[in-house]
Design a protein around this ligand. Structure first.
Ligand code: PLP
Length: 401
């Protein structure tokens, strides 16, 4: 008799569970648009050329050893990551007011940041957008924060509910933490304009709300790393404090390397130093120190001008392919005369389209067309190709008719 016989089966993760179901389907036309992972026109995972080159450099360098990294990770990687987001001339970096620690991709960075806030910040409430990435509420709740939502998406316009957002942040208790998607909001593909960001910034600073930026798609929204960093840079430029979780999963295609960083921008270098000492106390009992390979790849690319330029070109090509898939899907629906206004497909940005399809329509498309996606109607545009667009358009047409 097992000591664990009382353990009940837990539910499959709503996003990763889509892949589990997809893998079980024997149909040759099946299509996985669930998980946000880039695929080529041929439907294959992509390792960037620049990553292959960097790995070759690492392999050839026999002076490299496999010793433990410090608790905070690879110092060079941390510096370069802060520079990538905050900009080469960021006063916050020059004044040593930023502490950056290497973490296990975006998820690990969010978790470490949340654990730090739960221990050392006076307000334990975090506001997350409605809707948001499904893992957010779980990460923050487990870290000991209390999760509330602010209005974000308007299903009628399939755009931003800016008035609702402003009202909800306005009525948040002063000092509350606010999670902001730095760009390419997941799952909606809807971002504030720069003017709206500026209003959000003013409102948050006037109420002393603490920004926690989640940047999982820098470069993926517009194709430009600097343009996508703009909202975060606006908040750093005013001299205020913030947290930032960065992931290299999507923009360098390093998903399985689990490489990312948590930065905390502080008012003074002295505070930043003390904050970093406490981050070490969060990390040490959790996983001791982070893995070395992914950080070495990222550092090799970011510090070398040629490799960096090559990366920006490959990144732009991924972003452009996704944008062309939006256009193709939109045109395919128009050609079929599919009822409804589908212009949001080309207006939304980043990896995902929030189609507006409901869970019943999604279930129909999975059953009849072997198309797999999350039940909220989100599709990963990065999983589409010219060959599969007609099949998806047929399925959507049949689902809404
Ligand atoms: N944040 C958002 C909004 C995401 O969409 C994702 C990935 O899908 C992540 C964070 C974290 O991803 P990872 O832990 O693989 O870097």
């Amino acid at each position: 008799n097992s000591a664990f016989s009382h353990v009940v089966r837990g539910p499959e993760d709503p996003i990763l569970g889509v892949t589990v179901a997809y893998n079980k389907d024997p149909s040759p036309v099946k299509l996985n648009l669930g998980v946000g992972a880039y695929r080529t026109e041929e439907g294959k995972p992509l390792v960037l050329n620049v990553v292959r080159k960097a790995e070759q450099l690492l392999v050839n360098d026999t002076s490299r050893v496999k010793e433990y990294l410090p608790i905070t990770g690879l110092a060079e990687f941390n510096k370069l990551s802060a520079k990538l987001m905050f900009g080469a001339n960021s006063p916050a970096i020059q004044e040593n007011r930023v502490t950056t620690v290497q973490c296990l991709s975006g998820t690990g960075s969010l978790r470490v940041g949340a654990e730090f806030l739960a221990k050392h910040y006076h307000q334990r409430t975090i506001y997350i957008p409605q809707p948001t990435w499904g893992n957010h509420p779980k990460i923050f709740t487990l870290a000991g924060l209390s999760v509330k939502t602010y209005r974000y998406y308007d299903p009628v316009t399939r755009g931003l509910n800016f008035q609702g957002l402003v009202e909800d942040l306005n009525s948040a208790p002063s000092g509350a933490i606010v999670l902001l998607h730095a760009c390419a909001h997941n799952p909606t593909g809807v971002d504030p304009t720069f003017q709206q960001w500026e209003q959000i910034r003013k409102l948050m600073r006037s109420k002393g709300l603490m920004p926690f930026f989640d940047s999982a798609y820098q470069g993926f929204a517009s194709g430009s790393l600097d343009a996508d960093a703009q909202p975060v840079r606006m908040f750093v430029a005013d001299g205020g404090e913030l947290l930032l979780a960065q992931s290299y999963a999507k923009n360098m295609g390093l998903y399985g390397e689990r490489i990312g960083a948590l930065s905390i921008v502080c008012k003074t270098a002295d505070v930043a130093g003390r904050v970093e000492s406490q981050l070490k106390l969060v990390i040490r009992p959790m996983y001791s120190n982070p893995p070395i390979h992914g950080a070495s790849i990222v550092a090799a690319i970011l510090k070398d001008r040629d490799l960096y330029n090559e990366w920006t070109i490959e990144l732009k090509a991924m972003a452009d392919r996704i944008i062309s898939m939006r256009q193709k899907l939109f045109e395919a629906l128009r050609a079929r005369g599919t009822p409804g206004d589908w212009s949001h497909i080309v207006k939304q940005i980043g990896m995902f389209t929030f189609t507006g399809l409901n869970s019943k329509q999604v279930a129909f498309m999975t059953k009849e067309y072997h198309i797999y996606m999350t039940s909220d109607g989100r599709i990963s545009m990065a999983g589409l190709s010219s060959k599969t667009v007609p099949h998806l358009a047929d399925a959507m047409h049949a689902a809404v008719k």
